[in-house]
Every structure is written in structure tokens, then in C-alpha cells.
Design a protein around this ligand. Structure first.
Ligand SMILES: Nc1ncnc2c1ncn2[C@@H]1O[C@H](COP(=O)(O)OP(=O)(O)OP(=O)(O)O)[C@@H](O)[C@H]1O
Ligand SMILES: [Mg+2]
Length: 812
């Protein structure tokens, strides 16, 4: 750049331009490549063309003039072609020549006059041309001064912006006061477009020349401004992106240093976000989750809140929101599976088939809430499992026994440490579908305490009207339970909270008869246990007599759980014998059972018990099914009205007192200073209810009249003060219990006759059932000899005789 600075040496001073004495007509032509020389300006050049070099060498030092003229197409055609030259050039003188680095010449020429190249006169040794000197308007006016001022201003601005790295040059140009010099030097030396330069040279009017220059500079400045703006913006953008990247890197480094979330945590977040997106959550849930996701991404993974939210998000992700299993709506198929798993149980099976039939017709059917009620071991739970298998749904069971806290059903709010969803949501999660068969076992064993009422939470889950929006405290968003098939089970209906009971459809599952049990054992339990004990494929012969023996002497139950257990015990003996050293006989008979299970556990005791006066056999209903119970009376010394033992409840005590009053009303006297003691054995078991009324009266009369009650008879019925026998509940279970105990005659209230319709004929066929209306009917059946030998036989003893010696009964 040194050379360009030299241009300005002396250019500030107008007088510095030497005058020219002669203006020759023919001038040697110096073609300019990418340059235009204006009169008054100095142009440094590097001469590479041999012809031009020859010209310079020849003329240098002679003071001769040349004409410097620009080429039209500097790169296309050889410079020496006449036609490739503009017709206007500038007469110039060579002021300096010095050898360049690569052997070329570095020269400086100064322009003097604008010339028109008329014709080429020669080409050898270098081109010469005839020229005409052109005159221009040279007087600068105010306009030109103004233009010069603005031009200088622009030059200064370009200098400030380091236009083409020419800041010093531009600064010097901006100092030139003379408009001519300013115009020529600037045009010649600044890299404005060539055609503009030539235009300025060719133009005659000085003001127009200046306007051209000014416009060109202005344009350069504009372009410069715009491009610097663009550069600035791009730089800004890059800077922002870089800044963020840089900060993130730093953050990562800092976090790593602190042992907090590194890149793994970021990946985890990303993964979580993707999983949540893929889950297609309902809108409300998605909103809640997104909020939590945002919060968690700003937390340290070691913080307890992070863990809490993370656990919550995992729950949401693990829960099924849309996934459901297709229902097997092939009714025949379903029925076959249900029968495969369970014997009998017609009522519940029928109900399931009805449900599926309706479901087949109506797609959006809400799940019903069935409640299987029955004694233990009758297959309530296993039926639920079988229903799920038959329908092709997932099966989930939760036990409500002992649940007394609402939170167990509905979860704890997330604000509590260690909060978890309740059992319902927990169950759904493990099912993995929105439509499982959901069994709520032992709903009658729900309790309630200060922590709220679990029943009310269940109510929301079970009510088909509101369970599409079940809210678990932990989830805090509504969950749709309407597709769940809820089945609840209970042993008794009485303890089920009434509001819950109201929403359920009760399906009673009764206890099994002896014959049922035989069939169940043979067709279901034995094959099941053979399999469970690893005896599949062995020729096991479990004889019917053995099953019968177990049912009669080793179990006393309504269901088949103990039966199953005893069968299993017997089979285990076989298994252990096989392992010990081989056995040949795989048959299980009565002797084998006795050997395997030990001494007989149950013997028909009714006959033995009722061998003395004062004992009567009653029939009771308990949550475990029907039972026989003995009412024992004795006369003891004492002033009390009566003594009652055997954990009787209030109602039972009342019916005992009532019985006594009836007897007194019959005119039967009790020995002075004596009272009646009534005891109901199995003293540890609480008993209650009015249905032992007839049994108590019978027992007391037997005691006072010293007549023994028929030993093959059992009875049930409530009694009024006037001796009328009222109907009672649990008839089927009671009849089955009597039959189990080997009793063949049963006294039932007449108004219970309709209940026998529920019992299969084969059960009642071999029983003698007496329907009674009042206590007289009972006594006639209980004391047949007395009845057949007339009323006197049981008339009260004479007043002076002790009651015990001559018992008699006056029936009113
Ligand atoms: N009708 C039946 N056919 C075949 N097996 C049966 C039948 N009833 C009960 N069982 C079998 O008896 C066993 C006990 O049944 P389960 O556990 O379902 O009784 P539960 O009614 O739920 O009793 P709990 O009230 O005590 O819960 C199961 O192995 C079951 O398969
Ligand atoms: Mg059960």
C-alpha cells in the first residue's frame, strides 16, 4: 500500500501539476487493464504485457507523452487489439519506472488531457494512434462544491468503515479540497466499477461527472452498510447460539463437578418426554404431566422432590390409558370355559353369559358390579378368575379384609412423604389394561376408623354413574374405571355398607351338598391336586368311598376348601412314598385316608347328645354356612330367673327368656329355689339371632317334663310369646347342615316352605321335613310318644310332687 500513499504526495497542491508544452497528434497507446486514468490523477501500474513494457522502456526519460486508454473487455481479447479499446482515453506522462519483483515493471503515470482516439496509425513496435484533445467545462460552481463536500463526507465514512482496507487512502482523499483533483484522483484510485470510471472520464459536464462519482460512492457506502448490517446480524445469531452452547457446556461441567445431573440426566429427560408423547395421554393428564416434566428438568436428580415427581411420572406411564384386551364374546366358548373350571354354580355363570350377550349387542356397556355372597370355600374367588379367563380379560384381585383407611383405596396426596396410589389404581397398573376383571375380595370385612371411610371411596369406584371419573388422591387426575368388570365377594350381606350394597347385584352362592362335594372332588379337586403335587401321569385311583369318608369324617363345611386340603394331604403321602422308594398301589381308599389324615375328626353327635332330657338340636346359620347347634338346659339351685351361657347375643337371650315365659304360660312350674340354666355349646363362639326360639322352648320342656327329644330331629324357627312359630333365614344352608350331620328330620316354620324351592330335589328327598305353625306342632313332633299316648302323658306333675319326678305338660 506504500505506493498508493505516494499518489498523494503533492496532490493537495494544484500548482504541483506541471503544465504541458506540446500536444502531439500521434501518441503511443498504453492499454489499461482494469484501470481508468483521469486528467490530473496519478495511476500506479504494474506492466506485464511485453508490448507495453517495450513502450515504457523506450519512452522513459524522454518526457514524451502517451495515451492511456482502457480496454473494453480486459480479460477476453488480447490487449493490443484496437477494437478492444475505448475511444476516449487520457494523455499521460510516465513519471516513474522501477523494476518489479517478477521482472515486470512498476510504473507511475500522470494524466493530463482527455483525448479521443481517432485511428490507429501503427502497431509496431507498439501501437500508436492519432488523437484529438478534448476540452471540458472546468469551472466548478456551487453545486460542484456541494457535491465535492458530500463526496468527501462519504469518503470519510468509507474510511471509518475500512472500505476495502483503504482507510488511509480514503482519509487522504477526503482531505483534497480541489474538486478537479478530488474527482480525478478518487475516480482513478478507488475500486469503483470500471464502466462507471470510464463514464466519468467520457462525460464532458463537470457537475454530471461529479454526480456519477458521488452516486457510485454512495452506492458503495450503502452496500457496505447493508452488508455490515447483515454481517452484524449473522454474527449476533452465531453469538447467541454460541453463547447458549457455551453456557450449557459450562453448566454441564459445573453440574458434573457437583456430582449432579450430567448428560445422563438430560438423556433421561429426553427419553421421558418421548415416552410421555408416545403414551397419548388424555388431555387433562397430559397437561399435568407436562407441568411436572418442566419442573423436574430444572431439578437435581438427588433432590427428594425430583424423586417424588419422577415416581409420579413413572406411575402415569405405567398405567394403561387406552390399552384394552378384546372380549371373547363367543358365548358358547365362554360357557365351556366356565364349566371347565367350576361345577354347578349355575346362577353366577348364567349372569356372566347374560352380561356378555348384552355386551355383544351394545358396545358401550358399562361394567356391572356383581357381588358373590356365600360361605367360605364355595369358589367365589376362583370363579372370578375363571370369568376373566373365559372373557379373555386380565384378572386382578385385592383383598379388602381389614382395610380401614380411605387412603388404602384412594391413595395419599402427593404432599405426603412416601405417598402412593390406592389399591384400585395399583390393581389397574398391574393388570395393564383398562378393562380387567377386578375382584374386590371380602368387601364385608371393610372397617372404618378415624382415617376416613374406605367404603365411600369404594363407592366412587364402583358406582357406574361416577366411576368414569375416579380420582385417586395420588394421581390427582380422573381415571376412567367404567370399562372395568368389578366383582366383589362377601360371606355375609349384613356387614356390607348399605350404600355399597345398593350399587351391587347380589349373586348368592350356596353351600354344597354332599353329592355336590363328591362331584367337585372327583372332577375338579382331585385332578387339580394330582397336578399340583407332581403326580400327573401316575395311575392314581382316588376311590369315591375315600372322598365320601373325607367329606363325612374329616370336614364339616359348606364349601370345599378343607376337602381340597385333605385331598391334597392324602396325595402328598403318595408323593412322599414314591420319592422314598416306590410304591405299587396308587389307590386311595378309606383305610389309606385314615392312615394319612389320622383319627376321624367328626362323628354324628346329635344322636349321642340327645340321650338325656334337656337337650334339643337346633339349626343355625353363620357366615361359614349352616351349622347344627345343641341347646342344653339344666335345673340348678339359685334365686336367679335364669342363667344363660355360651356367648349368646342379646336377641338370643331374649328368645330364651321368651321361651321361659311361654313355658310358665303353659302352667309348667319350676321348683322353688331353682332356676333354669341354658347353655349353647361351642361356648367360645358368639351366637345370636331369634331362630333358636323353638329349640330353646323344646329344650326346657324336655328338661322339665323329663322327656327326651327325638334324636334324629333338628329344628329352627322364631317363636312369639303366644307360641306362634315365625319364619327365619338361611333355610338352605340349615337344611344342608342338618344333612351333613346325619339328621333326617327337620322342623321348619310353615312360612319357610317356599324356601325349599331353591334346594335341589335330591337333597330333600331323603329328608323328613315338618312344617309347623306353633309350638304345639313342634312338641308333637319332638316328643312323639307323648303325642301318641295323649296329652296326659306330658301333662304337668301334681302340685305336691317335684317336677322332676312326674313331668307333665299341659298344652293350651
Ligand atoms: N363349584 C366348584 N367347582 C370346582 N371347584 C370349586 C368349586 N367351588 C369351589 N371350588 C374350589 O374350591 C377352592 C376354594 O374356593 P375359593 O377360594 O374360590 O373360595 P371362596 O368362595 O373365595 O372362599 P372365601 O370366602 O373363603 O374367600 C378353590 O380351589 C376352588 O377352585
Ligand atoms: Mg375368596
Amino acid at each position: 500500500m506504500e505506493w498508493i500513499k505516494n499518489i498523494f504526495k503533492g496532490t493537495h497542491d494544484d500548482s504541483d501539476i506541471p503544465e504541458i508544452e506540446e500536444l502531439p497528434d500521434i501518441l503511443p497507446v498504453l492499454p489499461l487493464k482494469d484501470a481508468v486514468l483521469l486528467p490530473g490523477a496519478v495511476l500506479p501500474l504494474l506492466v506485464t504485457n511485453p508490448a507495453s513494457a517495450a513502450l515504457i522502456k523506450e519512452l522513459h526519460g524522454t518526457g514524451s507523452s502517451i495515451v492511456a486508454v482502457s480496454m473494453r473487455k480486459p480479460h477476453e481479447i488480447h490487449p493490443a487489439v484496437w477494437d478492444n479499446l475505448f475511444s476516449i482515453g487520457c494523455m499521460a506522462k510516465i513519471t516513474k519506472v522501477s523494476p518489479g519483483k517478477g521482472g515486470e515493471l512498476s510504473i507511475m503515470i500522470r494524466g493530463y488531457r482527455k483525448v479521443l482516439l481517432e485511428e490507429k496509425t501503427t502497431d509496431q513496435p507498439f501501437m500508436k494512434a492519432r488523437v484529438t484533445y478534448l476540452t471540458e467545462s472546468v469551472e466548478p460552481d456551487t453545486q460542484v462544491y456541494a457535491l465535492a463536500l458530500s463526496t468527501r463526507d462519504i469518503l470519510a465514512q468509507l474510511a471509518r468503515r475500512s472500505y476495502q482496507n483503504l482507510d488511509t487512502v480514503l482519509a487522504n482523499l477526503a482531505k483534497i479540497k480541489d474538486p478537479h483533483l478530488l474527482l480525478s484522483t478518487t475516480t482513478t484510485n478507488l475500486p469503483i466499477p470500471m464502466d462507471k470510471k470510464q463514464q466519468i472520464l467520457e462525460e464532458d459536464d463537470f457537475q454530471t461527472k461529479f454526480t456519477f462519482l458521488y452516486d457510485s460512492l454512495r452506492e458503495e457506502l450503502d452496500i457496505l452498510e447493508i452488508s455490515s448490517k447483515i454481517t452484524e446480524k449473522a454474527r449476533g445469531e452465531i453469538n447467541n447460539a454460541q453463547r447458549e452452547y457455551y453456557l450449557r457446556q459450562q453448566l454441564k461441567a459445573i453440574k458434573k463437578e457437583l456430582g449432579e445431573a450430567g448428560s445422563d440426566a438430560d438423556d433421561e429427560m429426553e427419553e421421558l418426554r418421548k415416552e410421555i408423547l408416545a403414551k397419548e395421554l388424555p388431555e387433562e393428564v397430559s397437561r399435568e404431566v407436562t407441568k411436572d416434566l418442566k419442573r423436574i428438568s430444572r431439578m437435581q436428580p438427588s433432590s427428594s422432590e425430583y424423586v417424588t415427581i419422577r415416581t409420579y411420572l413413572d406411575w402415569i406411564l405405567d398405567l394403561p390409558w387406552h390399552e384394552s384386551s378384546p372380549d371373547n364374546l363367543e358365548i358358547g366358548n365362554v360357557e365351556q370355559i366356565l364349566n371347565e373350571d367350576h361345577f354347578n354354580l349355575k346362577k353366577p355363570k348364567k349372569r356372566i353369559l347374560e352380561y356378555l350377550s348384552v355386551k355383544k349387542l351394545k358396545q358401550d356397556l358399562k361394567g356391572p358390579i356383581l357381588c358373590f355372597v356365600g360361605p367360605p370355600g364355595v369358589g367365589k374367588t376362583s370363579l372370578g378368575k375363571s370369568i376373566a379367563r373365559a372373557m379373555g380379560r386380565k384378572f386382578i384381585r385385592i383383598s379388602l379384609g381389614g382395610v380401614r383407611d380411605e387412603a388404602e383405596i384412594r391413595g395419599h396426596r402427593r404432599t405426603y412423604i412416601g405417598a402412593m396410589p390406592g389399591r384400585i389404581i395399583g390393581g389397574i397398573k398391574s393388570a395393564g389394561t383398562v378393562n380387567p376383571v377386578f375382584m374386590l375380595d371380602e368387601i364385608d370385612k371393610l372397617t372404618q376408623d378415624i382415617h376416613g371411610d374406605p367404603a365411600s371411596a369404594l363407592l366412587e369406584a364402583l358406582d357406574p354413574e361416577q366411576n368414569s371419573h375416579f380420582t385417586d388422591h395420588y394421581l390427582n387426575v380422573a381415571y376412567d374405571l367404567s370399562k372395568v368388570f368389578f366383582i366383589t365377594t362377601a360371606n355375609v350381606v349384613d356387614t356390607i355398607p348399605p350404600a355399597l350394597l345398593d350399587r351391587m347385584e347380589i349373586v348368592e352362592i350356596d353351600g354344597y351338598t354332599h353329592e355336590d362335594k363328591l362331584a367337585i372332588a372327583k372332577n375338579y379337586l382331585i385332578p387339580k391336586e394330582i397336578d399340583a403335587n407332581g403326580l400327573t401321569g401316575r395311575p392314581i385311583d382316588f376311590k369315591d368311598e375315600a372322598v365320601d369318608h373325607i367329606i363325612r369324617h374329616y370336614t364339616r363345611e359348606s364349601g370345599v376348601r378343607n376337602l381340597q386340603r385333605e385331598i391334597a394331604s392324602s396325595l402328598r403321602i403318595i408323593a412322599s412314598e414314591i420319592v422314598r422308594g416306590g410304591i405299587e398301589d396308587y389307590s386311595v381308599d378309606c383305610a389309606f385316608v385314615e392312615k394319612a389324615l389320622g383319627a376321624l375328626r367328626y362323628l354324628p353327635e346329635a344322636k349321642q347328645r340327645t340321650t338325656i332330657p334337656g337337650v334339643a338340636t337346633g339349626l343355625a346359620w353363620t357366615p361359614f354356612g349352616g351349622e347344627i347347634l345343641f341347646v342344653e338346659s339344666a335345673l340348678v339351685q339359685g334365686k336367679d330367673e335364669m342363667i344363660l351361657t355360651g356367648q349368646m347375643g342379646d336377641v338370643m337371650k331374649e328368645s330364651a327368656r321368651l321361651g321361659l315365659s311361654i313355658i310358665k304360660g303353659m302352667g309348667i312350674e319350676i321348683k322353688t329355689d331353682h332356676c333354669i340354666h341354658i347353655h349353647v355349646p361351642a361356648g367360645a363362639i358368639p351366637k345370636d339371632g331369634p331362630s333358636a326360639g323353638v329349640t330353646m322352648v323344646t329344650s326346657i320342656i324336655s328338661l322339665l317334663t323329663e322327656k327326651i327329644v327325638r334324636n334324629d330331629l333338628a329344628m329352627t324357627g322364631e317363636i312369639t310369646l303366644r307360641g306362634v312359630v315365625l319364619p327365619v333365614g338361611g333355610i338352605k344352608e340349615k337344611v344342608l347342615a342338618a344333612r351333613r350331620a346325619g339328621i333326617r328330620s327337620i322342623i321348619l316354620p310353615k312360612l319357610n316352605a317356599k324356601d325349599l324351592q331353591d334346594i335341589e330335589a335330591y337333597v330333600t328327598n331323603d329328608l323328613c321335613i315338618h312344617f309347623v305353625e306353633n309350638i304345639e306342632d313342634v312338641l308333637k313332633i319332638a316328643f312323639p310318644e307323648a303325642a301318641s299316648s295323649g296329652l296326659e302323658a306330658i301333662s304337668p306333675p301334681p302340685a305336691e310332687e317335684p317336677v322332676r319326678d312326674a313331668p307333665s305338660l299341659r298344652v293350651q
